[in-house]
Structure formats: structure tokens, C-alpha cells
Design a protein around this ligand. Structure first.
Ligand code: ADP
Length: 644
């Protein structure tokens, strides 16, 4: 039995190297195809409390990914955490150092990175036993926690410079009414260090603000206290790794609980905590600190001597604030220090809808340009219309002269009659005066007749003058009945000379209009003269021209009817065109001018046949909602333009 056991142990002794060789062969075979193990750099990460304790965990995470990004060779990170940072248990240190030494005896790490004050103190205290030839970086640590005189050539420090009074000044600047600041800090050795340090640094501030220290309370009591802080209080969070009762809290965890309980705004010194529950201010930039530490690590891994790399302590970055917290605590933007940035502000309408706004703006601009173009075109058209109307008015004036010329014989006859009567009466008066006893009563009667005839002649001259006068388009209020009767009166001598019966039937109600009476008189005259031309060849007894006026609601109507052949239906639209005439010596402008004038008065003109031609003009009367005001406007405008 004993021999059998010896044989087995001999076999096992022989088998171990064989298995080892066999196993190594397999292992070498599998890794050779991936990355050569000698190529891989091993970085030992030493945490103060543990890999999940803020703010160091945030730094470690970012440095790890930065080194991975910057390093040309694969890097293997191995994490370890001090066991005695929670309580200053120095007895536990030595076995931990031995443990690390044993772990890496065969294959020491290429770099050690120690995070935070406790880790820094630990590695410095045991540097000679902790792979003295291996480069080391101490980071995420305040320069006050580093023993610079004990650094070896293989040590580099990437420190920070905590300036807590500046954070307190910031609190008092953004919330000037602050009367009390509660300081969240725990009771582990490093926290006790900082509590003492801060008491000393903040002593001058106690004249301006009351400070309340939480380092002697269990965390549950801290939460209760923070629930009912007096108005105008603020909280400054330093660390809460271990509370006064010895319970491990972890600052990140503690802060998220505190946020849901506290009735006051919370400030801190490191943006690793700036995640929505902190107001903000000057803080360390975790990104910046990690970037610097990672670049030092990469340089060392690339062969640079750690002792040659000097890094000045990182200071607080420019103040940054959380917009949501500012709203919550009523912090005005004007209270922020110069150069501050505000984060988490909801995007403005411009940021949210930039393309929509640009598109809408482009559409509006395009529309605006189109409108401008149209307005320009409209103005151009308007000016062209004005110009053409002006020409038409000048033509109308010429037309009136030609009409006056046409009427000259009858006008002369009209004037001659009273002049002849005046002469006869004057001769009779002379004879009476030659008698020895002149009949004064008869003389008086004769003088009266002379005066009446003179007025008659003057009236004919006045009408003629007003008819041929060249006045700009002038609007005024008048009664259409007066205008029509005056025109008929003016033309009646001409009608008599042509043996035409002229009738004038005026509406019983007045027809108040706003317009240019001279222009409208010309329209009526043109129509009446055309009517007289139309009845010229009719038997004498049938030669008749009738002018009527009537009122239809808010419209005045003039009808000029004759007993002529009427207008052939196919010519009904053409006769209003310029230069259309069926007469031997006609200019063809009368109706065209008439239509222009009527349109300028917002009226209409048309023709129909009813035992002869019937020309009908409709004009808007002055009324509440009638078109007269519009007429006044448009004609007034015309007048103004034509007067230029
Ligand atoms: P003109 O009198 O110089 O011919 P108008 O413009 O006044 O110019 O008239 C144009 C044409 O309209 C006339 O030549 C004629 O053919 C027709 N016209 C006008 N008034 C009448 C009417 N009362 N009866 C028939 N035709 C008419």
C-alpha cells in the first residue's frame, strides 16, 4: 500500500512539469494569436476607499479610458483598494503591502496610479516595499496631502489645489442673503483632516455667515437636519464616506439622498458631482484633471522618467451653473461671476427649430420680396394709369374745344339774340329820350329788358367758358340734376338750330354726388350731341332727344335716349374704343373719353337699343356705405395727380 502511494506521488511529480508545459503550450497558443503578453502594459490602480467612491471613481474611470485612447500598446488595469482608509487602522497596512508584493512578485506592474489622499499617504509611506523601481503617479489628491520631500525619481504627482474659501465666496455672491452654510463632511481620517483644514481656512468667513458642521452627526440625523434648515441657508458638500456613527456612506450616494431631503441649495468643489442636483460655481474639472493625469501616465509608459514630469496643482475651472437649480433657488443670472457658463438651459426656440425658423424666414423674405415687387408693379401701373388718364383729360379738353367749335354757330345765335334785343331796346330808349317829355316809366322798363338780355348773353358766355376751361381734375359735392339741366340748357340752342326736340326729365329727389362737374358735364354733352347726330336723318317730327335722371337705391342714373337708328349690336362694345367712329368727320374719342371719366367716378356706362339708342350712366351717390366716398378718394387722387 505504501509502495503504491510512493509510485503515485512519483507519477504526480513527473506529471506536474508535463502538465505545466502542456498547459503553457495551450495558453501560449491561444494568446499568441491575440496580443503578445510582453506588449501589454499592466497598470495597478490603487483606490483610497474603493473603485466606486466619488469623486475618485470618476477620475479613475476617465483616466482609464483616456490612457486606453492615448496608449499605443494594450493596457491591463488591475484595481485594488486600501482597506484602512475608512478607519486609521495602521496595523492592516503591512499585510496589505505584503499581499501586493506577493501578488506581483513574478511580474511587477509597469505603473502604479494612486487615487486620493489616503492612497497617496499609503504609497508614500511604503514606497520602498512597493516596487520601488516601478513608476508611480499620485493623483486626484490635494497638494497638501503629498509629502514632496519624500518623492523618489520614480514618482510623479498630478495634484489639485482646493480653494474652499473661493467656493464660499461664490455662494455668498450668487445668494447674497445666505446666513447659514451647512458643511457636509464625514468622520473618516481624511475627512477629519479636511474638517480641521476647512475650519481654519473658513474662520474669517464666520463673521459674515454662520457655519454648521455635520461631521459629528450620523448621516440619518444629517438628513433630518437638512430637511428643516432655516431660510437663507445653503449646503456645501465636501465628503461623506464614513459618517460619525462609523457607517460607510460614499459621498455620491450620500449626496443623492441629501438632495431629496434638503430644503437648501447644495454647492460643492468638484464637477464629478455636478449631475443635476448641484447649483454650481468654481469647481475642479474632472475631465481636465483626468486628461492631465492620463497624459502623464502615457508619457511614463512611453519611457519618460516620472521625476522629470512636474505638474502644477490643478485649480478650479471657470464657474459653471445648472440652469435648473438656478430657477429652483431663484438665482439671478446677474449675480453669477463674470465668465460663468450656464448648463442644462432648455434649448431656445431658435436652437429647437432652427431649420423651421430659417425656412419660415426664407418664405417670409421671399413673400416680402414678392409683395415689394407687386407693390412696385402696382405703383408703376398706377403711375401709368395716372399718366394715361392725364393724357385722356388733355384729350377731353381738346374734345371740349372741338364740341364748342361744333356748337359755335348755335352759341353765336344764342348770344346774338340778346345782343339784338339790347340794341333794339337801346334805340327805342334813344327815341324816347329825344321827345320833350320822355316816358320815364317806359324807359325804366326798357332798361330792365336791357339788363335781362345782358344777363342772358353773359350766361351763355359763362357756360361756354366753363365748358372749355382747362382745369385739373377737381372734385366737389354737387347735385346731378343741376348738372344735367345746365348741360341741356347749354345744348338746347344747338338742338333748336337742328330742329330737334330736347326733353329733360329730372328725378324728383336730389342726386348728390362727389365728382368733377366739368368732366361729367362733358360726358352728358358728348352723349347728347351723339344723340342729335343720330336723329339728324329722321323726319323732323321724330327728331327727339330725351335726357332723364333717376335714383336707384344708392345709385344715380342718367339716360340719354334718342329716336335714331340705334347702335348695331355688333358695334355695342367697339363704340367705346378710342378712335372708333362711323361718322365722316368723327374723331371717335367722345365715348372713349366719356367711359374714362365715368370710370374715374366709379361709375358705369353702357348702351342698349329701345326705338333708338339709350345710353345709360350709373354713378354712386353719397351715402353711408355708398361708393361716393370711394369716388371722392379715387377722383381726388386723380385730381391731385393731374395737377402735378
Ligand atoms: P364720334 O362721335 O367722333 O364718332 P364717339 O366716340 O362719340 O365718336 O362715337 C363713336 C361712335 O359711336 C359713333 O361714330 C357712332 O357710330 C356710335 N354712336 C355714338 N352715339 C350713338 C347714337 N346715339 N346712336 C347710334 N350710334 C351712336
Amino acid at each position: 500500500m505504501r509502495r503504491r502511494q510512493n509510485a503515485l506521488s512519483l507519477l504526480s511529480l513527473l506529471a506536474v512539469p508535463f502538465l505545466y508545459l502542456f498547459g503553457s503550450a495551450i495558453f501560449a497558443g491561444t494568446t499568441a494569436s491575440a496580443a503578445a503578453p510582453s506588449e501589454t502594459r499592466r497598470v495597478l490602480i490603487l483606490h483610497s476607499f474603493g473603485p466606486r467612491f466619488k469623486p475618485w471613481s470618476a477620475y479613475a474611470e476617465t483616466i482609464r479610458s483616456e490612457i486606453n485612447r492615448q496608449s499605443r500598446k494594450p493596457v491591463d488595469f488591475v484595481d485594488h483598494a486600501l482597506v484602512n482608509a475608512r478607519a486609521n487602522d495602521l496595523q492592516a497596512e503591512s499585510p496589505f503591502v505584503e499581499y501586493l508584493g506577493a501578488l506581483y512578485a513574478g511580474h511587477p506592474p509597469d505603473l502604479i496610479i494612486a487615487f486620493g489622499g489616503p492612497a497617496a499617504t499609503f504609497v508614500q509611506r511604503h514606497r520602498q516595499r512597493l516596487f520601488p523601481a516601478v513608476p508611480m503617479i499620485v493623483t486626484a489628491v490635494d497638494h497638501r496631502r503629498v509629502q514632496y520631500e519624500k518623492l523618489t525619481d520614480n514618482d510623479a504627482v498630478v495634484p489639485v489645489d482646493n480653494n474652499v474659501p473661493a467656493v464660499f465666496e461664490n455662494i455668498l455672491q450668487v445668494l447674497p442673503g445666505t446666513r447659514l452654510i451647512a458643511i457636509l463632511i464625514g468622520a473618516s481620517p481624511i475627512e477629519r483632516f479636511w474638517a480641521e483644514e476647512l475650519r481654519r481656512e473658513l474662520a474669517p468667513l464666520t463673521k459674515r455667515v454662520e457655519l454648521k458642521w455635520y461631521n459629528e452627526l450620523p448621516f440619518d440625523d444629517i438628513l433630518k437636519d437638512a430637511e428643516s434648515l432655516p431660510p437663507h441657508s445653503a449646503i456645501f458638500s465636501v465628503l461623506m464616506n464614513v459618517d460619525a456613527a462609523g457607517v460607510v456612506q460614499e459621498t455620491g450616494n450620500a449626496l443623492s439622498k441629501l438632495v431629496s431631503h434638503a430644503n437648501a441649495p447644495i454647492f460643492t468643489y468638484d464637477d464629478a458631482y455636478f449631475d443635476g442636483s448641484i447649483v454650481g460655481g468654481p469647481m475642479f474639472s474632472m475631465q481636465e484633471g483626468s486628461r492631465i493625469a492620463a497624459s502623464v501616465a502615457t508619457r511614463i509608459l512611453d519611457g519618460e522618467k516620472p521625476g522629470d514630469i512636474k505638474t502644477p496643482p490643478l485649480k478650479y475651472a471657470a464657474a459653471k451653473f445648472d440652469w435648473r437649480q438656478m430657477q429652483r433657488w431663484g438665482i439671478s443670472e446677474s449675480n453669477l461671476p463674470a465668465g460663468s457658463s450656464i448648463l442644462f438651459r432648455p434649448p431656445s426656440a431658435w436652437e429647437n427649430y432652427r431649420w423651421q425658423i430659417i425656412t419660415a424666414g426664407a418664405v417670409v423674405a421671399f413673400q416680402g420680396a414678392l409683395i415689394m415687387l407687386l407693390l412696385f408693379e402696382q405703383r408703376r401701373r398706377h403711375l401709368a394709369e395716372m399718366d394715361s388718364r392725364q393724357r385722356m383729360m388733355e384729350l377731353a379738353h381738346v374734345n371740349r374745344f372741338s364740341t364748342a367749335g361744333e356748337l359755335s354757330a348755335s352759341i353765336a345765335h344764342e348770344i346774338n339774340q340778346p345782343l339784338g334785343a339790347i340794341l333794339a331796346n337801346a334805340e327805342t330808349a334813344q327815341l324816347i329820350l329825344q321827345s320833350p317829355s320822355p316816358d320815364l316809366a317806359e324807359l325804366k322798363e326798357i332798361v330792365g329788358d336791357i339788363r335781362r338780355d345782358d344777363r342772358r348773353a353773359s350766361e351763355v358766355v359763362r357756360r361756354l367758358r366753363s365748358f372749355v376751361t382747362k382745369a385739373p381734375f377737381q372734385t366737389q359735392k354737387f347735385d346731378l340734376n343741376d348738372l344735367v339741366s345746365e348741360s341741356v340748357e347749354f345744348l338746347s340752342a344747338h338742338a333748336r338750330s337742328r330742329e330737334i326736340t330736347m326733353r329733360c326729365e329730372l328725378s324728383r329727389t336730389p342726386l348728390p354726388l362727389i365728382g368733377d362737374p366739368i368732366q361729367l358735364q362733358q360726358v352728358v354733352s358728348n352723349l347728347v350731341l351723339n344723340a342729335m347726330d343720330a336723329v339728324r336723318d329722321a323726319p323732323r317730327a321724330q327728331r327727339a332727344v330725351t335726357v332723364r335722371t333717376s335714383r336707384h337705391r344708392r345709385t344715380a342714373e342718367i339716360r340719354v335716349e334718342d329716336t335714331g337708328p340705334g347702335v348695331p349690336p355688333e358695334l355695342a362694345s367697339k363704340i367705346f374704343e378710342p378712335f372708333f367712329s362711323t361718322k365722316d368727320h368723327g374723331m371717335g374719342m367722345g365715348l372713349s373719353i366719356a367711359r374714362t371719366i365715368v370710370k374715374a367716378h366709379d361709375g358705369q356706362i353702357d348702351v342698349e337699343n329701345n326705338n333708338g339708342a339709350v345710353f345709360r350712366i350709373r354713378l354712386p351717390l353719397i351715402g353711408k356705405n355708398g361708393g361716393a366716398s370711394a369716388v371722392a378718394g379715387s377722383v381726388g387722387q386723380s385730381g391731385a395727380d393731374s395737377g402735378k
